[in-house]
Design a protein around this ligand. Sequence first.
Ligand code: UD1
Length: 386
Amino acid sequence: MITTSANSGNRHSILCVVGARPNFMKMAPIIAALKNLASKPSIQLLHTGQHYDVAMNHQYFEALGIPAPDINLDVGSGSHAVQTAEVMRRVEPVMDDLKPSAVLVVGDVNSTIACALVAAKKGIQVIHVEAGLRSFDRSMPEEINRVLTDQISDLLFTTERSGRDNLLREGIDAARIHFVGNVMIDTLLGNLERAIPTPQIVRRADRPDFPGARNEYALMTLHRPANVDDPAVLKSLLETALTVSRRLPVIFPMHPRTKSMIEKFGFIGLLNVPQMLLLPPMGYLEMLGLMKDARLVLTDSGGIQEETTALGVPCITLRNNTERPITVDEGTNTIAGTDPETILRVFDDVMRTGGKAGRAPKFWDGKAAVRIAETIEKWMAGDFRA
Ligand code: UD1
């Protein structure tokens, strides 16, 4: 069902789109900064409903003070084609009705490309936040979404130096590209003091036998299809995590996709050991606490590579590449891939040395959303001329 409570006025109006969990913390500071602009553009928030679990939604909206969406498309899950097509089909009448001056999309999920594509074909301006990131791995669905969204965007905001280089190489006009920093880090810095301490999360999980204390555990997340959909790869990663857990207890919040794959392949028994704590998907403040208090993090998430760099916590990335190279060059990230020997070698190294010290990349300073809002205001006042 499509519900809408939004109105469009004569002022410039921006339709902001979220769909999946990693979008929520990026959009929160952008909406706040847009609402603070002197020109008071009309802002509407559309949730495609790509992620629909309570844990994937309300805990984030509430914790981050994001206003309830004006429109919810309730698309839910499906194959990439079905999900993307369903967002497009359902968002078209909303755009016809609201006639926004611009549609603002973030990140690289299916909802991002779907809404950008519908807007671009209707002649509505497209703004892409977190543009230009490239893993150069077209087997990742997100890479396709990134390349295509950037090609049809009118205003592109980048988080790190590599973004501009990639966009220029792909023929994007330099005047449209603005290096503003990282809105996800705006949210992280703004919420650090509210992070839920790990001991509270462990107490709630009712696992008094779990030995991991503050700063004495590894946090692990896995959800990439390449890592969790193939039983051989998934089993090898879980066995590697078990080896890690014999030296450093492991806390493992499970994405719904990962949990269903572990159950389907019958691997759950493997993880039934005292030094492994399995948790459901965490809310934002819980996840922030778990990252902040960890000795190190093992992950295949792009966002967590950035958040650990901002927190100064060592990150071991369980992928062969990253679209966020600044986290390796300047931050705390090491790319380990999925080979058990390499992962364990990097793990030993981090345990011995404490990992890379790292530093905060340029403009990861809590003010990216304000830079974005001010740039949008000038651009709209100049009739969308870049
Ligand atoms: C999506 C994004 C990915 C992002 C991830 C964060 C794309 C292509 N992928 O992947 O970039 O890192 O979100 O979580 O857009 N499910 C639920 N409840 C939900 C949502 C999903 O149980 O609320 C389960 C369903 O079984 C579903 C599966 O998770 O089929 C995958 O969900 P989907 O949104 O298609 O992709 P993600 O793997 O979450």
